[in-house]
Design a protein around this ligand. Structure first.
Ligand code: NAP
Length: 256
């Protein structure tokens, strides 16, 4: 009889690149991946906060690379410093909310530039340079805003929603030979600096939960734990999944 191999849940011997590692969910993912044994490449714009994340991590060999991922030059510089990685978690993003009547071309471009273009282009460059190892894992952090309606978030929702079909198509391209997996997490509202900023702007209500999730409020570590599973060999047969990390918020809503 086969036994459960707990090593499959470990990230020992793996290198993982985490975007948005200077704050919130990305910071928790970086700390969680290190706790699971990975060497982590942390990226974000704010060098001081990246160093704070690194200081909170266990293990050795982690590197910080400050980069604005909307800049082609800075993305290229990150790729050249990242080396070969086994895992890639895209957490960098913004949640700029605006009523539909207030949106304009510039607003749409700025939102899509970091939430959609940057993760796709960074992934493309790493793949083109063969810097995602065989059996690697790519995780996009999406939002339930892309699956349920939330006021003033039409652009944000659209930018996050596009990651899912993009990831599905990519899963078909990188699965057969490289055995690289691509998964998407639909995350619900979790208190991070992003959510605090929205509340300070008086926009908290637009992102407020439809109802209290059956499992109550989530914390960044809930996202980190799920990301570690999707990075680990334990999920080796899971690709193109949408993992709802929402405390059951969408139980009573059609969230396709
Ligand atoms: N918190 C939630 O409730 C929630 C729910 C669903 C989905 N999400 C998604 O989860 C991700 C993380 O959100 P969070 O709550 O952790 O937000 P956060 O605390 O504001 O963190 C956002 C991260 O993205 C980075 N970032 C933003 N623009 C960037 C750019 N142009 N180039 C490089 N890095 C950039 C930030 O870097 P710097 O701070 O260094 O500039 C920061 O590390 C986002 O994609 C968000 O849409 C969040």
């Amino acid at each position: 009889m086969s036994k459960l191999n707990l090593d499959a849940f470990s990230l020992h011997g793996k290198r993982v690149l985490v975007t948005g590692a200077s704050s919130g969910l990305g910071q928790a993912v970086a700390i969680g991946a290190a706790a699971a044994g990975a060497q982590v490449v942390l990226t974000g714009r704010d060098s001081a906060r990246l160093e704070e994340t690194r200081a909170a991590m266990t293990g050795e060999g982690h590197i910080c690379v400050a980069a604005d991922l909307t800049s082609a030059e800075q993305r290229a510089a990150l790729v050249s410093q990242a080396g070969v990685i086994d895992g890639l978690v895209h957490s960098a993003g913004t949640a700029a909310v605006r009523l539909f009547r207030q949106i304009d071309e510039d607003f749409i471009h700025r939102d899509f530039s970091i939430n959609l273009d940057a993760p796709l282009l960074l992934t493309q460059q790493l793949l083109a340079k063969k810097q995602i190892a065989q059996e690697g894992s790519i995780v996009f952090i999406g939002s339930i805003a892309a699956h349920i309606g939330t006021k003033a978030s039409s652009v944000y929702s659209a930018s996050k929603a596009a990651l899912r079909p993009a990831g599905r198509a990519l899963a078909l391209e990188v699965g057969p030979k490289q055995q690289i997996r691509v998964n998407y997490m639909a995350v619900s509202y979790i208190e991070t600096p992003m959510l605090k900023r929205l509340a300070e702007q008086g926009m908290g209500g637009s992102m407020a939960t439809v109802t209290e999730p059956p499992l109550g409020k989530g914390v960044p570590e809930d996202v980190a734990n799920s990301a570690v599973f999707l990075l680990a060999p334990a999920s080796r047969w899971i690709t193109r999944a949408t993992l709802y990390v929402d405390g059951g918020l969408t139980c009573q809503i059609s969230a396709q």
